[in-house]
Design a protein around this ligand. Structure first.
Ligand code: GLV
Length: 322
């Protein structure tokens, strides 16, 4: 009997095909809609392995329903949606998808930084709404990026890849992280700063920390107050790292200049979200790693992790707390 793998979203057959002979694959057959919780609770009872997305909460209750479960392969580098401690107690392996998405996510981070600084989304909306009547010296004038100071909070793989891009723009790179990164200091010239110093000295503050109990609401009122009034804040981590009311106030009271946001609390959000209504916010629907190539690589890595576990091998990318 082949192990039963439950996949929580419809994924392309060309990605799945090479694995079909190893597994009995069951799948939620909608590409754009998450599996309802009651369906997942039922399906998990027969599953030996689970390939899930960040839209699913893999909590203790779900894990208890999955008595046969051996692996949860989360299709994301972040795994705040998985109760890793509960999984570990039950001997369930948890994997994520680092590395394959690093450059793609760094590209998007830099694109969002540029968009917020140079008002690209706002300018595009301006022309599409037929508002362009004259060229003027300060029409939609934004802030320069080149030769400015970027402060990266969370200097993991993606943070370091963003730092490399910043170097190409002749930026001065500062970072804050739980541990010093000697390689990044040597190779990119990144300068370590205490969190408060980084906030005070950066023209661009970029959040790339994983969401944990320690980083929840890290960017609060106090943090925004410490930033320069000209600062641009960029978040490509998780919405939970930001106190969104505090960010809204900082943006509307001129405590900071602009924000580029790929992530929000309580996703998905709609046009009525207060942050999305601001002209000085460039907002994206959590697409950091969303290139066609990278999304396929992420799915393949999940399936390779599942395959390794059922071959009695170590998974390729177990989550780092395990
Ligand atoms: C996406 O947000 C990821 O964590 O990969």
């Amino acid at each position: 009997m082949k192990p039963v793998i439950y996949v929580t979203r419809k994924i392309p057959e060309k990605v799945l095909k090479p694995y079909r002979s190893h597994f009995d694959v069951r799948m939620w057959e909608a590409a754009d809609e998450p599996v309802p919780r009651d369906v997942l609770l039922k399906e998990i009872q027969d599953a030996d392995g689970l390939l899930c997305l960040l839209t699913e909460q893999i909590d203790r209750e779900l894990l208890e329903h999955g008595e046969k479960l051996k692996i949860v392969a989360n299709m994301a580098v972040g795994f705040d949606n998985v109760d890793v401690a509960a999984a570990k107690e039950r001997g369930v392996m948890v994997t994520n998808t680092p590395d394959v998405l690093t450059d793609t996510t760094a590209d998007l981070t830099f694109a969002l930084l540029m968009a917020a600084a140079r008002r690209i989304v706002e300018a595009s909306e301006y022309i599409k709404s037929n508002a362009w009547e004259n060229w003027s010296p300060y029409l939609l004038a934004g802030a320069d990026v080149h030769h400015k100071t970027i402060g990266i909070v969370g200097m993991g793989r993606i943070g370091q890849a963003v730092a490399k891009r910043a170097k190409g723009f002749d930026m001065h790179v500062m970072y804050h992280a739980r541990s010093r990164k000697p390689d990044a200091e040597r190779e990119i010239g990144a300068v370590y700063k205490a969190f408060d110093e980084l906030l005070a000295e950066s023209d661009f503050v970029v959040c790339l920390v994983p969401l944990t109990n320690q980083t929840a609401d890290l960017f609060n009122r106090e943090a925004f107050r410490k930033m320069k009034n000209s600062a641009v804040f960029v978040n490509v981590s998780r919405g939970g790292t930001v106190d969104e009311d505090a960010l809204y106030d900082a943006l509307t009271k001129g405590e900071i200049r602009a924000a580029g946001l790929d992530v929000f609390k309580g996703e998905p959000i709609g046009a009525e979200h207060p942050l999305v209504q601001l002209d000085n916010v460039a907002a994206l629907p959590h697409i950091g790693s969303a290139s066609e190539e990278t999304r396929s690589k992420m799915l393949t890595l999940c399936l390779d992790n599942v395959t390794a576990v059922f071959n009695g091998e170590k998974p390729l990318t177990p989550v780092s707390t395990q």
